[in-house]
Design a protein around this ligand. Structure first.
Ligand SMILES: [Zn+2]
Length: 69
């Protein structure tokens, strides 16, 4: 899949362990929707959110998929 990534420097705290060793980036998927990808280095939790709502990984991959005509 092809993703455009934009690093953000917002202070993010992990939902799972409340740690701050978190990487958060915003990605624009191939369907044009922007999602926030958060990865925690302490507990290795990874989450995807769109407009503050958590997304299932399969939803993200579905959005990133190119639909063949
Ligand atoms: Zn964590």
């Amino acid at each position: 899949m092809s993703l455009v990534t934009t690093p953000t420097r917002a202070l993010v705290v992990c939902d799972t362990c409340s740690g701050n060793r978190v990487t958060s980036i915003t990605m624009t998927l191939t369907d044009g929707s922007a999602v926030d990808f958060t990865s925690c280095h302490s507990c290795e939790t990874r989450s995807w959110k769109q407009n503050g709502r958590e997304l299932d990984i399969s939803t993200v991959l579905g959005k990133a998929q190119k639909h063949k005509l």
